[in-house]
Design a protein around this ligand. Structure first.
Ligand code: ADP
Ligand code: MG
Length: 331
């Protein structure tokens, strides 16, 4: 009906939507504003003050979709970094829409981040002994356009993004800690360290994490022991700052600055993806720290997935519509 198969094959940018379930505390609130087409898993309908709106994406996950089901759809994207592709997965949406649930997950039900590393470990072990791989991880955060290292000694230090002096034009971040990982135990330790560092640099972790972007950067380099062939791929897993519009009248001082930084970097991300998709000659990577940092992983034959998170509540319809409009713009 909607020719989604054709759409899915087009380009390297995919947009998925995940609608989170209603929580126990929300059982009495108005919901059912979102409906799904049983014959088409790429369509979502939303009723905005009684007005029906239809959004077409590459895939829509209803509230009952499990972490496994979501991961199954992103698996091939993740393993492509073993073949040398650069990949970005972004979770976009208002605070409370399920971004962190999808990326980090919860105890006993990990999200994409941990599942991705587990999958990479198992895939590379199957390629041994012909191939030898090295996997490293970095964790960073961007808050108010300032980049910070979450795996080093001083999470308050500001990091700069520089151009490699080797003439390759590649960017690097001096001082960003990269740790080689070999097992699930290693990654759990590192995620723990990242969390502690993120918490120590701020007063209220919940508020802070909804206003900053959290990045997990995984590099996968391979070496073929018989042919000498080398590969290098990068996987960027990004839990974006909350996309909600902070009321202009209420925000002052630091809150206003936070809101401006978030709006600026999220719209810069939308502009970059839109420009890439439209094959525009100029891609405005420099308009935000996030797009500047990730430019190598967004351009060329890189692959991008935007996972747009949506709340099922009637009271959040405005923000849901905004998020879905963002999704349509980058698709
Ligand atoms: P965000 O990171 O976008 O602010 P969270 O990921 O913290 O949102 O989600 C808000 C709450 O909803 C959390 O308590 C989270 O555990 C819960 N939640 C989100 N998505 C799901 C889901 N798919 N299944 C179960 N609980 C979820
Ligand atoms: Mg979160």
């Amino acid at each position: 009906k909607y020719h989604n198969e054709l759409v899915r094959l087009k380009g390297n940018i995919r947009v998925f939507c995940r609608v989170r379930p209603v929580s126990q505390a929300e059982l009495n609130e108005d919901k059912n504003v979102v409906t799904f087409d049983p014959n088409d898993d790429a369509v979502l309908q939303l009723s905005n003050k009684g007005k029906p709106l239809m959004f077409e994406l590459d895939k829509v996950f209803p509230p009952e979709a499990t972490q496994e089901e979501v991961f199954r759809e992103v698996q091939s994207l993740i393993t492509s970094c073993i073949d040398g592709y650069n990949v970005c997965i972004f979770a976009y949406g208002q605070t409370g829409s399920g971004k962190t649930y999808s990326m980090e997950g919860v105890e006993n039900n990990p999200g994409i981040n941990q599942r991705a590393l587990r999958l990479l470990f198992s895939e590379i072990s199957e390629k041994a002994p012909d191939w030898r791989f090295n996997i490293t991880v970095s964790m960073a955060e961007i808050y108010n356009e300032i980049l910070r290292n979450l795996l080093g000694d001083d999470p308050s230090e500001k990091l700069d993004i520089k151009i490699c002096p080797d003439g390759s034009g590649q960017l690097y971040v001096p001082g960003l800690t990269e740790i080689t990982v070999q097992s699930v135990e290693d990654i759990n330790k590192i995620f723990g360290l990242g969390h502690v560092n993120r918490a120590t640099a701020c007063t209220n972790l919940n508020e802070h994490s909804s206003r900053s972007h959290a990045l997990l950067v995984v590099t996968v380099t391979g070496f073929n022991t018989t042919t000498g062939h080398r590969t290098a791929g990068k996987l960027n897993l990004v839990d974006l700052a909350g996309s909600e519009r902070i009321a202009k009248s209420g925000a002052e001082g630091s809150r206003l600055r936070e809101a401006q930084c978030i709006n600026k970097s999220l719209s810069a991300l939308g502009d970059v993806i839109h420009a890439l998709r439209a094959k525009q000659p100029h891609i405005p990577f420099r308009n935000s720290r996030l797009t500047y940092l990730l430019q190598d992983s967004l351009s060329g034959d890189s692959k991008t997935l935007m996972l747009v998170q949506v709340s099922p509540l009637d009271s959040n319809t405005c923000e849901s519509v905004c998020s879905l409009k963002f999704a349509q713009r980058v698709r």
